[in-house]
Design a protein around this ligand. Structure first.
Ligand code: ADP
Ligand code: ASP
Ligand code: MG
Length: 412
């Protein structure tokens, strides 16, 4: 007998039939002798609809507290419906909102961080033979305000609860049947990975692979909790996210990812002298804006350019702040560009392979794609390119680095 946390994403609970089929799966898992906690997202499209309404009535920056009160309602609908469907099958079950399960977070609305979970109520439900159905994405701060964990946050709710309950596994059910070497929507020839290390999954998630929210992978890695990403439409084995030692297959590149949610800012013609980077980035970080790729050119005439990327959601504010800073430090100009994409290759195998970056640049050159910015770490290389080439770049890189049907463990 195991303790299993099952998380179902929006497409898995999109309508009454799908909720019924989730209920059947949950009950089958329970009847096989396991303790089951189920975490659900809002029905597909529901959160987007609520966000749209918030913008319509609350402007570009709706009041964060009210935004959270609103967007958290989607999950409250699904926990109630799923619990009813489970009970219809003769299985005891109870629903829990974020507040009811003591999902305590900090007070940063719209991107709250989990601080603690009071598992007593969930345990009591399990001890009584029931299934605990919990709302993903939402929590409650110290003052009792409803908070949300950021888009895709139900993954993090599920994994955090699994860690708190010391579950044996957290199963993430979605519309894909596992983690692929690239987003299967863009690369039909992408293949499913049997296993992937936490480190690689973390990079892939932070570089745009939306199949798991980054923070859920961080949690799982910290607690050594195995994640099983699988399809809610069939029983096939999905992808296990686990420790590096357990991943047999050693691909140099295990994933190609893209991120369309960043934009670029260039502060042109600033003096090449100590303190300039600090003056540009201090006001941005003070405003809570996270800067990603940064490039500073070498100067030949005593002046230089600083170029960096920020999330699209923060673009307008970042441009305004950078323009003020630019004027203050005597920059020649400050320009922004939202029409960009960041495309990355990820793989633990890169650590001990030379020439991966060169190969990447050659592949892009062959497609006549201009590279605007480059960023590397031990296990990833990212390039920023023009948005319209993103799909072409992802496909070309996938074809070059992940040979089709390579099912055997292999070394390059
Ligand atoms: P859910 O609503 O179940 O949480 P998401 O839409 O958040 O589902 O995540 C699943 C989607 O992630 C897939 O439909 C797929 O298009 C996308 N995706 C992006 N990159 C990958 C990848 N490398 N492997 C699998 N899916 C990916
Ligand atoms: N419903 C939320 C969203 O769409 C949380 C989630 O689905 O993970 O972002
Ligand atoms: Mg998701």
């Amino acid at each position: 007998m195991a303790l299993i946390v099952q998380k179902f994403g929006g497409t898995s609970v999109a309508d009454a039939d799908r909720i019924r089929s989730v209920a059947r799966r949950v009950v089958a898992t329970r009847e096989a002798g396991n303790d089951v906690v189920v975490c659900v997202s809002a029905m597909a499209g529901e959160t987007d609809k609520l966000v749209g309404l918030a913008r319509e009535l609350g402007g570009d920056q709706p009041t964060p507290r009210e935004y959270d009160v609103l967007v958290s309602t989607g999950e409250q609908v699904t926990i109630a419906l799923l619990t009813m469907a489970i009970r219809q099958l003769g299985q005891r079950a109870s629903s829990f909102t974020g507040a009811q399960m003591g999902m305590r977070t900090d007070a940063s609305h719209m991107r709250a961080r989990i601080e603690s979970i009071d598992t007593e109520g969930l345990r009591a439900e399990l001890d009584a033979g029931g299934v605990a159905v919990i709302a993903g994405f939402q929590g409650i701060d110290e003052a009792g305000n409803i908070t949300t964990l950021g888009r895709g946050g139900s993954d993090t709710s599920a994994v955090a609860v699994a860690c708190a309950l010391k579950a044996d596994v957290c199963e993430i059910y979605s519309d894909v049947d596992g983690v692929y070497t690239a987003d299967p929507r863009w690369v039909p020839s992408a293949r499913k990975l049997e296993k992937i290390s936490y480190e690689e999954m973390l990079e892939m998630a932070s570089l745009g692979a939306k199949v798991l929210q980054i923070r859920s992978v961080k949690f799982a890695m910290r607690y050594g909790l195995p994640l099983h990403v699988r399809s809610s439409f069939d029983d096939s084995e999905g992808t296990w996210v686990t420790r590096e030692e357990e991943v047999m297959e050693r691909l140099v590149v295990s994933g190609v990812t893209y991120n369309l949610d960043e934009s670029k800012i260039r502060v042109r013609g600033v003096k090449d002298q100590p303190g300039i980077a600090a003056s540009v980035f201090t006001p941005l970080s003070a405003a809570g804006i996270v800067v990603d790729v940064i490039i500073q050119n070498l100067s030949s005439d005593g002046s230089t350019d600083l170029t960096f990327t920020v999330p699209k959601a923060d673009y307008a504010r970042a441009l305004e702040i950078s323009s003020e800073t630019g004027a203050r430090v005597g920059a020649e100009g400050v320009e922004g560009d939202e029409d960009i994409a960041k495309v990355s290759i990820v793989g633990l195998g890169m650590r001990d392979h030379a020439g991966v970056a060169t190969k990447m640049f050659n592949v892009l050159a062959d497609e006549r794609i201009n590279i605007q910015l480059i960023n590397t770490s031990e296990i990833k290389i990212s390039v920023v390119i023009e948005r319209k080439y993103a799909e072409l770049a992802v496909r070309a890189l996938h074809a070059a680095f992940v040979p089709a049907g390579a099912a055997e463990p292999r070394e390059e």
